[in-house]
Write a protein that binds this ligand. Structure first.
Ligand SMILES: C[S@@+](CC[C@H](N)C(=O)[O-])C[C@H]1O[C@@H](n2cnc3c(N)ncnc32)[C@H](O)[C@@H]1O
Length: 453
């Protein structure tokens, strides 16, 4: 591969250059950090400690962007949108190192100056040096005390700033948590951390205990298929490469499993996953279907994502349909349906570093309309006595309890059943729905509700 000039420059640290180029791709091309960074590392042959450092700096800086920008604007005495983008990327990396890592101030500043000098020259390097030296005079708490809204005036704004979330998202979490500052603080803090990798042991191929043994991991708390990986790249594991295991958040496993364990009398084995791409839950459900003698129809509107489903389900009993699930043409009469609806993803922000700064409240309004239509169609496709599991990787009340309440109001023939026994985790509240949380369950903030027609 063609190496960029800054990589050849001996003064530039390859790990930091990889992190900088990731932030640039995120800023300039709306790239996803967790897709672009692994590619950069692979292409440049960066492994081991350098790869770990690049990952920490790129993901950490992307996740903390709002906090970092407020500090940069204050230290530079100008809004960040008046700072050249390439300089801003390097400043974000530098401020992240100063405030949120144990890297010494001298190393954080000098490596940042090297990064920008190699591609933009002495002027921008002097600016980066001056801003970072000013930032280095205080620690993170002092900067937060200076710049965050006061606790007395705006508690949610203060917590949002402190834990690097847009205020509107902190407000959504607060609404979903029922307005307790302690709970909100714990939720935001957990969401501000780098999440552990969860593996799924594919039923029928390997047990969680066996997978824990070969991966040096720990068996999960709730999902019988889950293993918590202690560290390292899951792609290096033979079990993952051979398809015996995959990467999947424990909450997502619990949702897939819930659809298969709900009580359905005379289950004829006609199962449907209505929004199945890229196939994480479909693969788990299909493996269980294989054991139970059932067959899964998997619908996905995007051809590319449908192809990902085909790859991950392999020879399992699955038929993949590329269609809009609101008008798929499938014959009604399903025993079990999983509707893992397209959603804002506010419950898995910890796994998508830059996502929190891209989402807007308007995204949610459009999604809610689609979610209602999809759920109404699921209720049309399920047979009397059958069960629909509705789930989102978002705790936003409009996308969760709001959608369920609206659709139930229009369908008196449908009852909501208690989803808690289908999940069997701790602290699941009063039901009948289940809302999982990173700070309580260690999972993404998945929601699920179970409806019987
Ligand atoms: C939350 S994701 C599903 C994740 C999946 N269940 C998994 O575990 O891998 C929602 C999926 O729904 C698809 N989708 C969006 N609108 C759709 C529609 N109208 N009909 C079918 N699929 C749709 C999206 O392309 C996306 O792949």
């Amino acid at each position: 591969m063609k190496r960029s000039p800054m990589i050849r420059d001996k003064s530039v640290d390859p790990a930091r250059a990889a992190a900088r180029d990731t932030l640039r791709a995120v800023r300039e091309r709306d790239a996803y950090a967790n897709l672009i960074l692994p590619k950069i590392l692979r292409e440049r042959g960066i492994t081991g400690r350098d790869a770990a450092l690049a990952t920490e700096l790129a993901y950490g800086s992307a996740r903390a962007q709002g906090l970092l920008d407020a500090v940069i604007a204050s230290a530079a005495d100008r809004p960040v949108d008046e700072i050249d983008g390439r300089v801003l990327d390097v400043l974000r990396l530098g401020v992240y190192q100063l405030l949120r890592t144990r890297i010494g101030a001298h190393a954080a500043v000098s490596t940042s100056v090297d990064l920008i000098r190699s591609e933009a020259g002495m002027g921008p390097a002097g600016f980066v040096n001056a801003v970072l030296r000013k930032v280095s005079q205080r620690d993170e708490d002092l900067w937060i005390d200076d710049l965050a809204p006061s606790i007395a005036d705006d508690l949610i704004g203060n917590l949002a700033f402190r834990y690097a979330h847009p205020r509107w998202i902190a407000q959504v979490f607060d609404d979903a948590l029922g307005g307790s500052a302690g709970r909100l603080q714990a939720a935001l803090a957990a969401d501000d951390e780098r999440p552990p990798v969860h593996l799924v042991a594919r039923p029928g191929l390997i047990t969680a205990e066996e997978l824990a043994l070969v991966s040096d991991g720990e068996v999960g708390r709730y999902s019988p298929y889950c293993v918590y990986l202690a560290g390292g790249d899951p792609g290096d594991l033979e079990a993952v490469r051979d398809g015996y295991a995959g990467v999947q958040d424990e909450g997502s496993q619990l949702v897939g499993r819930a659809m298969t364990v709900a009580e359905v009398t005379d289950d004829a084995g006609r199962w449907l996953d209505m929004c199945a791409g890229p196939g994480g839950k479909a693969a788990l459900v299909a493996a269980i279907a294989d054991i139970d003698g059932a067959r899964l129809d998997a619908v996905e509107v995007s051809e590319h994502r449908a192809e990902l489903i085909r790859k991950v389900v392999g020879d399992l009993p699955v038929d993949v349909y590329v269609a809009d699930a609101r008008s798929s043409g499938l014959t009604p009469g399903y025993d079990r349906i999983l509707l893992d609806a397209p959603c804002s993803g506010l419950g898995s922000l910890r796994r998508r570093p830059e996502a929190r700064w891209r989402r807007t409240p308007d995204d949610v309004d459009e999604l809610v309309v689609l979610q209602r239509e999809l759920l109404a169609e699921a209720l049309r496709l399920v047979r009397p006595g059958g069960v629909v599991v509705y789930s989102t990787c978002s705790p936003h009340p409009a996308e969760t309890t709001g959608v369920v309440a609206d659709v139930l109001a229009a369908h008196p023939e449908v009852e909501q059943i208690d989803a808690r026994p289908l999940v069997s985790a701790d602290s699941m509240g009063d039901g009948p729905h289940v809302q999982l949380w990173p700070h309580i369950h260690g999972t993404d903030a998945m929601f699920l509700a179970a409806l019987r027609r």
